[in-house]
Design a protein around this ligand. Structure first.
Ligand code: NAP
Length: 495
């Protein structure tokens, strides 16, 4: 049977790269070939950027409520195709179907929310300090937005970025992760069907080193919105910084759940298992450290081992499966490498710690949900992002020590605390130094109407989703209208 080919979408046309090269895309469950994907060059990027630039000149003057009408249609179409998209997501990326449906729902939510922004995009009107003068601020689009996205949330993150970019009057050039090109194409088809004028969204498939670099270096891409690893994010920042190009960077995490001695342990176990092993630990907000008060450590360990033992690994399309594969072989080896590091560092392995090949899983990339205990906060497994189903228990003696351990990593994405004491909960909300904090819940589960992102090594101060994301895609313009008929001098004439 002929393998289906997936191509770019540039200036309203589905076309293969001029390179003529294609790369196979496979299902991480069993290596099944899902399709062949065009591998683009700098010339394809140039074409996409030129189309985006042309289209944006007109789009910026389309009233925002009219731009938003397209987004409402995107929301309807996403909703209509939710199941179909979720199935593609699971086959292409491996997360279990319930989580895939949740991710598509996140894109639907974002589409409705950003469509609503078409009638808001609020600025400020403020009283002028001078008579007969009017003062206000308005948001204006930046221009052409270059989006570079990862494979772990292939549609939600693309929605977080493309929808605010478009509703605020920008055009988009999007390079999705090489691991998830098919879903990216489906999302762009929805924009096309919703009637987004040609040139406003351009999809360019290919490698980060060719397509990504060409986008970062392109003088007509006005901003880069990137989500991915710290390594790539830092490199983008350095390249774009030299051009004074705006960058929004959302990168790794080393998220922790803290369990105090007064916590509901069963609740904490559910929260930990969901956030450490859901999506096979491949969420940027995944819990990879469990900071526990020493007085409840043993009981928590027992309950966790029991619960982890109930997790079923397999094909995420099977509704009874809890944990799917990790994205590919090299990720599997990286995770296994970290487990060896943990053992060498002296951490005690409580369960897991192996590549799973039994029960017909040998064709895929499956890693057993893994739990270490008696981990020291300065060990590599407690400091570096593993991005797989591996969690480490770190015992502490007090809330203060827990906060210190929580904050001792280079990242600052998400943290959570389980406690029944409201005073301690508020202290934690104040002192945990991450961009997201959960009380009596795991480290995952962001909702789209709040800002998403992290402090320290996780980001560079911007946020995805929520109204805050508009700050990435708009410039503030301050406008003064003087109707006094005189040249009035602020700070001078009035004082
Ligand atoms: P990645 O390897 O950094 O890739 C992310 C994107 O960057 C992909 O599209 C990739 O393309 C592209 N890229 C690679 N090299 C590039 C270059 N030289 N120039 C420009 N672009 C380049 O990350 P990943 O493995 O896909 O995703 C996992 C990481 O994302 C984890 O660290 C996770 O924590 C982070 N993440 C963060 C958030 C957040 O909001 N903070 C959310 C989700 C994920 P190719 O696919 O072609 O290599």
């Amino acid at each position: 049977m002929k393998v289906k080919q997936y191509v770019n979408f540039i200036d309203g046309e589905w076309i293969a790269s001029e390179s003529g090269k294609f790369k196979q895309n496979t299902n991480p469950v069993n290596g099944e070939v899902l399709g062949e994907v065009t591998q683009s060059t700098k010339a394809d990027v140039n074409q996409a950027v030129a189309a985006a630039k042309r289209a944006q000149r007109e789009w910026r003057n389309v009233p925002a409520p009219e731009r938003a009408d397209v987004l409402y249609k995107v929301a309807f179409l996403l909703k209509e195709r939710k199941e179909e998209l979720a199935q593609i997501l699971t086959r292409e990326m491996g997360k279990v179907i319930a989580e895939a449906r949740g991710e598509v729902q996140e894109a639907i939510d974002m589409a409705y929310y950003m469509a609503g922004e078409g009638r808001r995009l609020f600025g400020d009107t403020v009283p002028s300090e001078l008579r007969n003068k009017f003062a206000m601020s308005i948001r204006v689009p930046v221009g052409v937005a270059g989006l570079i996205t990862p494979w772990n949330f292939p549609i939600a993150i693309a929605a977080w970025k493309s929808l605010p970019a478009l509703v605020s009057g920008n055009a988009v050039v999007w390079k999705p992760a090489s691991e998830t090109p098919i879903l990216a194409g489906e999302f762009v088809k929805i924009y096309e069907e919703a009637g987004l004028p040609k040139g406003l969204i351009n999809l360019v498939h290919g490698s980060g080193s060719v397509v990504g670099n060409a986008m970062v270096d392109h003088p007509d891409i006005d901003l880069i919105s990137f989500t991915g690893s710290n390594e790539v994010g830092k490199m983008i920042n350095a390249r774009a910084g030299g051009m004074l190009k705006r960058t929004s960077l959302e990168m790794g995490g080393k998220n922790a759940v803290t369990v105090l001695e007064d916590a509901d342990l069963d609740l904490a176990v559910d929260g930990i298992v969901w956030s450490a092993f859901g999506t096979s630990g491949q969420r940027c907000t995944a819990c990879s450290r469990i900071i526990v008060h020493e007085s409840v450590k043993e009981e928590l360990e027992k309950k966790l081992i029991e619960k982890i033992g109930e997790l079923k690994l397999g094909d995420g399309l099977d509704e009874s499966v809890h944990v799917g594969p990790v994205i590919n072989r090299s990720s599997l080896e990286k995770i296994h490498g970290y487990v060896q590091v943990g053992k060498k560092e002296g951490a005690e392995l409580l369960c897991g710690g192996e590549i799973v090949t039994k029960d017909g899983l040998n064709k895929g990339s499956f890693y057993a949900p893994t739990l270490f205990t008696d981990v020291q906060s300065d060990m590599r497994i407690a400091q570096e992002e593993i991005f797989g189903p591996v969690a480490s228990i770190i015992p502490v003696k007090s809330l203060e020590e827990a906060i210190e351990v929580n904050n001792s990593v280079e990242f600052g994405l998400s943290s959570s605390i389980f406690t029944a004491n409201v005073n301690r909960a508020f202290q934690a909300m104040r002192d945990l130094d991450t961009g997201i904090v959960y009380i009596n819940a795991g480290t995952t589960g962001a909702e789209i109407h709040l800002p998403f992102g992290g402090t320290k090594g996780t980001g560079n101060g911007h946020r995805d989703s929520g109204v805050a994301s508009l700050d990435v895609y708009t410039e503030w313009k301050s406008v003064y209208v003087d109707y006094s008929g005189k040249i009035q001098k602020a700070q001078i004439d009035n004082y």
